[in-house]
Design a protein around this ligand. Sequence first.
Ligand code: ARG
Length: 494
Amino acid sequence: MKKKIGLLLVIVVALVLTFVPLGQTNTQSAQAADNSLEKIQKKGVLVMGTSPDYPPYEFQATVNGKSAIVGMDVYIGQQVAKDLGVKLKVKSMSFDSLLVALQTGKIDMIISGMNPTPARRKNVSFTKAYYQGGYDIVINKTDKNKYKNKDSFGGGTLGAQTGTTQYNAAKNQTKNTSVKGMTSQSDLILALQSHKIDGVAMEKPSAEAYVANNKQLAAIPAGFSMSSSATKSAIAFRKGSTSLVNKVNKTVDKIKKENLVKKEYLPKAGKYLKTNTVNTSMFHYWKAFLTGIEYTLIITVCSVFFGFIIGILLALARMAKGNIFKNLLRWISTAYVEFIRGTPMMVQVMFVYFGLGIFVNLPALTSGIIAISLNSGAYVAEYIRGGINSVNIGQTEAARSLGMSNGETMRYVVLPQALKNIWPSLGNEFITLIKDSSIVSIIGVTELIYQSNIVRSDTYRGVAPIVVIMVLYFILTFTASRILNHFERKMQHD
Ligand code: ARG
C-alpha cells in the first residue's frame, strides 16, 4: 500500500513539474519576440472566441434557415479580419473559459463584450475600447414596483454570469442579497422567468435586447459604481501581442471615427433580434438535434473502441508479475487506474483540451475522444481483470499442458471466455458513455447537449429543448441496450 502511495505521489509531482514551467516559458518567449501579427497573417485565419448569449453583442439566430452566431461583436471581428487580410472563424464557448482558451492558443482573440479591467490586463492584451455599455438589471415585469436598483434586492437573489465584471459587482456591492452565478446568460433569464432568482445583472444594451424580445421582462438601472474600464468593451489578444494589437487598434479607430457600431452593426444585429422568436417549434431544429446525435454517437463509439483496447492493455499490465520490468508495469497501470477513477471526467476533459493544448493543438472533438477513451479504459481494465480472474485456472493449466504459450493461452482460451462473462458490464459502460459523453459540450463539441443549448438561446425557450434531448438520449440508450442484449443472448447459445 505504502509503495503505491509513493508511486502515485511521484507521478503527480512529475505531472506538475512538466506542465507548470512550460506554461511560463511560453508567455515569456511571446513577450521577447513579438511576431504575433506575422503569425496570424501567415496562418490566414483569425479564430475569434465568443459567448453567444449576449444580444446585441453576440447571439444565436437563424440566418438563411441555419443557426449562426451574429451580433455587433461578430461584425467587428469581420472588419478586423478583413483589415488583416485573413479569414474569420467564430468559435463559441462559455464566457468564463474565453481567457483560458486565449492563453492556451485555442482561439486568437476574444470579442465578447469583454471589459478591459486591470485584473484581466495582467493576463491578456486589450485593444482600445470599441463600445461603452453601462449596467442594468433585468427583472420580471410583475416586480416592477418592487425593485429600483441593486439595493432593492435585500433578502432576495441576484443572478449574474460567472467570470464577468457584473458578477463581481453584484457580489461586492450589494447587502443581504445572495448572488447566483451561472455560466450561461440564457440560463439566468430562464431562472428569472421561473422565479428562481429575482434579477439578472448585465450590460445595458443586452438587458434592452432581452426585454425587447420578451414582454414579461423589464429593465432597471443597476446603480453599480464601476471604473470606466469596467463599462467599456475591447478586443483581447494574447499577452504581449503588441504588433497585432497596434494593427487592430487602427481598425478600432476607424470603426469609432465612422461610428460604425451605431450606424451599421447595431441595426444589423437588431434585425436578427426581431426575427429571432419567429419560429420556436422544436421540429424546426431537427437538423441541429440530428447533428447532436451524430456527434454523441461518434464520441461514444470511438471512445468505447479505444477504451476497450486501452482497457485490455491496462488489465494485462496490471496482472503482470515476475521481474522488475513487469512489476513496474503493474505499478504504473495500478496508479493510472486509481488516478483516473479518482478525478472527475470533466476535469480530465479540460486537462486534455487546455492542458495538452500547450504542446499540441488538438481540436475539441479529438480532445474529447482522447479524454473519454483514457477515462473509459481505466474502468474497462477493471472489468477485464475481473473477467480474466473469473475464468477457472484449470482452463489455463489445460491450455498450457497442450503446449500453448502464455500469450496463446490468453488470446485463444482465457480472453474469449472472460469477454463473455463481462459482456453485460461492457454494455453498461457503453450506455454510460452515451450519457456521459455530454461532458464534452463544455469544450464546444457539437454533441446533443451543446445543440440543445444552441436551440435554447436561439428560441429563448428553456424547457422544450431539454425535454427533446431527454427523449433522444433515452431512445439512444434504449436501442443500444436492446442491441447489446441481443448479442448477450447469442453468446449464451454458443
Ligand atoms: N461585460 C462583462 C464582462 O466583461 C460581461 C460580458 C459577457 N459577455 C458575453 N458574451 N456573455 O465581464
